[in-house]
Design a protein around this ligand. Structure first.
Ligand code: ADP
Ligand code: MG
Length: 198
């Protein structure tokens, strides 16, 4: 990766339906922009189930991670996953969570964007905070604006409402950007601060 590329790492962000319905679009964009990250593509859409199914990874490893995060959360609060969900198998739980996630992401419009900048993938994840809002640090989007938790969400057989999606790694970022945007919809321009900030 040359120096120019380093400043142009790209990541994909979706403001989820709860973020849109709560009027947090401006607040989220503000936090991304104030960090010196650049929005290079932006659109509101009402996604279909098929689109969300293709947006999130389907591989075993991802499903296992979803299940594991859920089980760890149950353990932390002393809840019995088998009693609540009918299973304590990580894959079964992972698949269940992925299904709820598709319902959640299609329950209203989402704002999709591509964000570019130095370490954009990691930086945006830092701005966003941990998956479980109840554990997300104050000062992050999820920590400041949400309080949901897996134990509460799973009891109601729904996804955790955590306002925003951001690509978790380079592979996800590449897939999501090319899935949601055509090359003509992504714009290359210079922000005024670029010569001063980095
Ligand atoms: P992140 O969005 O932080 O990358 P994941 O990729 O692990 O997190 O999960 C995708 C989304 O699935 C989360 O943002 C959240 O909305 C939902 N989710 C994850 N784990 C659970 C869970 N245990 N129960 C309900 N929903 C979950
Ligand atoms: Mg993820």
């Amino acid at each position: 990766m040359n120096r120019k590329d380093l400043k142009q790492e790209k990541t994909c962000v979706l403001i989820k339906p709860d973020g849109v319905k709560r009027g947090l679009i401006g607040e989220i964009i503000k936090r991304i922009e104030q960090r010196g990250l650049k929005i290079i593509a932006l659109q509101m859409i009402w996604a279909t189930k098929d689109q969300i199914d293709r947006h999130y990874p389907k591989d075993k490893e991802y499903i296992r991670q979803l299940g594991e995060k859920t089980l760890a959360n149950y353990k932390k609060y002393g809840f019995d996953a088998k009693k609540e969900l009918g299973t304590d198998d990580v894959f079964e739980i992972g698949k269940m969570v992925r299904g709820w996630l598709i319902d959640y992401l299609t329950s209203g419009p989402v704002v999709k964007m591509v964000v570019s900048g130095i370490h954009a993938i990691g930086m945006v994840r830092k701005i966003v905070g941990q998956t479980m809002p109840s554990q997300a640090e104050m000062g992050t989007i999820r920590g400041d604006f949400s309080v949901d938790d897996a134990t509460a969400a799973n009891r109601e057989k729904r996804s955790i409402r955590n306002i925003i999606h951001a690509s978790g790694n380079e592979k996800e970022a590449e897939h999501e950007i090319s899935f949601w945007f055509s090359p003509e919809e992504i714009h290359d321009y210079k922000r005024a601060e670029e010569d001063i900030m980095f």
